[in-house]
Design a protein around this ligand. Sequence first.
Ligand code: ADP
Length: 470
Amino acid sequence: MVKTTIKRLFKLILYPIRIITKLLISLTKRLKFSIAFKISTTYLLLYIIIILTVALTTTIGYLVFEIQKFENTVVSRDVENIVNDFPDLRSISTKDGDYNSVKIFDANLNTYFTTGRVGRYGSSILVVIENIIFNNEYTYAGNFSHGNSDYYLNISYPIEELLQDAWRIALLVLLSGAIGLMFFAPIVSTSSYKLIGPIKNMTEITKTITVNNINTRLNVKGTQDELKELSQTFNEMMDRIEGGYKVQQQFVSDASHELRTPIAVIKGYVNMLDRWGKNDKAVLEESIQAIKNETDNMQDLIEKLLFIARSDRSNLNFTKEDFNILIILNEIEKETKMIDTKHKLNFKFYKDATVYGDKARIKQAIRIIIDNAIKFTPPNEYIIVSGYIKDSYYVVKVEDRGIGIKKDDLDKIFDRLYRAEESRNKEIGGHGLGLSIAKIIVLGHKGKIHVKSKIGKGSEFSLLFPIIES
Ligand code: ADP
């Protein structure tokens, strides 16, 4: 019984503490996470400080003004009477003035005369304030001479009424402040929430963006402030992301498409083998050859795709070293002459130079350009490969008298899986990945790649690699 009563009592005592703690926690949470709440609280605090300052200054100002008026009239009259009557102190004793008490001290500050409690002479402002606060009295301090002696005078006046008036003024100011606060608080709160509104809106919209609605953008209408700039920047970022995403999607779709053809061909031959090829040697031979070609083709495509994917993930490692570029140019010359006997090949390397890079990759890039020249140039036409130094680059130039590239296509040939109309026929072949790979390699060596071409006349590709020394 007693235990439960104590428990209940304990609960009752703890109840307000719990409520206050909860309130404080929610307040600090809101202060931490809501900018609008922070702005409102700051403005309201400022308002309260201003009101308190106004109340204090008006009250003190009123007191100082009234006391000065009092000193100029009542106090100076009483002092004059006392000094004139001195040393006759009967009029003071019979309390002619409005004062509570009069104290006179001699030159050594010993009490000469007092109507109230015997005390010390006080003339400092602290004594005046102390008396106002604790005794509700105003204490005048002054001195006069009589005969050859100096005397000091303290007169205390009751100022309860004055203080009451001062209080009334303070309360009035505080009350008007509180009424003002009732209007000010909702205005501050709504305007700060309005100010922060766009951020909330942005957060809500941003939360809903997924790959399915990647074209969603923030509303940038309205005032021309920092939040609008933020929204615009966000939208621009989304434009870039959407662009990249679309390119990736297109790439995946094109790559799947490229893989679909060889798989369909292989499937066709397998079906043919299944039906007739088991006993027909000619069909068997043809099918095996075709399947071999298509798997080679697929392997080549997959390797190229993997190279590009690795480069996208910044996972491409070049094994770089200093080497004489002429070494790989001579190798390329030998190999090309062996592979291609249909064109008039011309190799001219005017100078050698040291380049810092991945030998195998640089060779691969040059090969891509030469292979294209071979692919897109009719037999018996010229293909000229030259190497020379220009500024601080080693230039490998491949010129051909081939089919050339249309002006519109020139910007696109470095895009993944892009092939110009003229080269899309099956005989020429290719996946449209060679130039993308060559570009990745050249840029990975801080180099440059240039192309000039005229449809029907031929093309000129230049690969520029920075040189270390010539
Ligand atoms: P592909 O494997 O199709 O050759 P590339 O990326 O190497 O892929 O080349 C892209 C396209 O650029 C080619 O399909 C072709 O249309 C065009 N191209 C590249 N080199 C030449 C060239 N020397 N002459 C004419 N067209 C070229």
